[in-house]
Ligand binder design. Sequence first.
Ligand code: FUB
Length: 457
Amino acid sequence: MKLAPRLAPRHAIAAMVSLLCIATLLPAVARADNPIVQHIYTADPAPLVHNGRVYLYTGHDEDGSTWFTMKEWRVWSSADMVNWTDHGSPLNLATFSWAKSDAWAGQAVYRNGKFYWYVPVTSRATGRYAIGVAVSDSPTGPFRDAIGRPLVENGEIDPSVFIDDNGQAYLYWGNPNLWYLRLNADMISYSGGPTQIPLTTAGFGTRTGDPNRPTLYEEGPWVYKRNGLYYNVFAAKCCSEFIAYSTAPGPTGPWTYRGTIMPTQGSSFTNHPGVIDFNGSSYFFYHNGALPGGGGYTRSVAVEKFSYNADGGFPTINMTTTGAPQIGTLNPYVRQEAETIAWGSGIETEPSSEGGMNIGWLANGDWIKVKGVAFGAGAASFSARVASAGSGGAIELRLDSPTGTVVGNCNVPVTGGWQTWTSVSCPVNGATGTHDLYLKFTGGSGNLFNVNWWQFN
Ligand code: FUB
């Protein structure tokens, strides 16, 4: 990893995203859905499929970073791969009393009714990189430090966890080396010690120009098994990184280098893989610097759908701004969280006093897009849970673009507090079939109101 200059504050980013999106939208409906999150910078994706949803665990690059200044991790989830719910930050550096800094790339797994999240941080006591493990009963947390000390500390980063069919779990990690250990069934202790995986050029490709790093392996291993074949997908060569992979007949090797998955692209000198199968398709998560103000320390997580080659190999996967297609549609006749968003312009999120998150800092003209909303024969009314210590305003309901047909307009009163919630409703006309829904926030100046959830009736 090497340094690169950077930056733009959050509201400037929001304004730039807004302009970019409106410009993109003017000629047609074709809209970018990558990166997945627009209101903060995200990095180091680690997807987990659980009970029909994809939970996406990420890091959070601070606005204005000129280094990997990362203090917390974030969780997002989706059932359709395009509308993503913001679950906030259920894990941060303070969760680990022994950690000083560097909330970097981790991975969460499910076992025996609990979720275990393995993360690298820098130890306060030693100043070295160590791996911590947090645990929760829920995929969205809150997470607590499972053991009150590092699980393992050898000065290296980027844990990936894999549970084999026989129940044996493995932790892989490392930069500049590559290590594994055998986790016990409790997932918070291990048997034997860390074992170094030989970084041979046959196993991990050939790097030229750096005698200290003869192979392409750099960092960010993502280890899993598919159709009997073990995969290690990793960030290759620094800098800039690309994503490559190796395969093996067993979880500890021997590894064979299989080539590039994602070439060097996307304005970030790091990249980081996460691979899942979900709902019968395969998805590749990565990060880049695609947002306005984005770059090596202000990254954003994105996703592409792909199909494995017949021999189990990867195709070349390129970064796109369109991302993965939607699985099915979104039901507007059940309560939808306002922080479930395909694309947001100008919005931010915060924890809500009613649970979960709400959207806020809504200024006149800000909007969220919710993709593929199935109105069917037609909606008669719209309800929303709102709060305002500002000037209030209205929620315009528009179809297919921020300037599309208005099908409803719901007034939002001043409620006396940003977390003083009330429900509002208004009639809806012309919302039939399936459309992208835009909730556009209008009113005077400054912050108008917050929205916790919405529902059509
Ligand atoms: O996000 C900080 C570090 O950058 C990660 O640990 C690496 O994988 C690289 O993405």
